[in-house]
Ligand binder design. Structure first.
Ligand SMILES: [Cu+2]
Length: 116
């Protein structure tokens, strides 16, 4: 034996739940995109792609297909050793444009534009 008013309350509950679900879904879209991993392949002494765009928090992964070791080195900045047939990665911490090169083969160059 329920009054019409209590029926109304009961009917509202599922609607509230779906409204919450929609709010959650919208919230998930507003949340900043997850950090990405950008892969740069090294083959025949070339970084490919040589120019990449990334965001602070993204990871750059260098995959070295050569039988030689390489580095990704920024003058006055980071230095990543990438052994032969191995990969190595780095998380970008600062916004700005960076130019990197290989210490062993200084004509190997790459650029990363890091946005905040
Ligand atoms: Cu090299």
């Amino acid at each position: 034996m329920s009054s019409p008013s209590s029926n109304k309350v009961r009917a509202r509950a599922p609607r509230l739940a779906s409204a919450l679900l929609i709010a959650l879904a919208l919230g998930a879209m507003i949340v900043p995109a997850q950090a990405e991993t950008i892969t740069v392949t090294i083959e025949k002494l070339v970084f490919s792609p040589a120019d990449i765009k990334a965001k602070v928090g993204d990871t750059i992964e260098w995959v070295n297909k050569d039988v030689l070791a390489h580095t990704a080195t920024v003058k006055g900045g980071w230095d990543v050793m990438i052994p032969a047939k191995k990969s190595a990665s780095l998380v970008l911490k600062k916004a700005g444009a960076v130019e990197y090169y290989c210490r062993f083969h200084p004509n190997m160059k790459g650029n990363i534009t890091v946005s905040p």
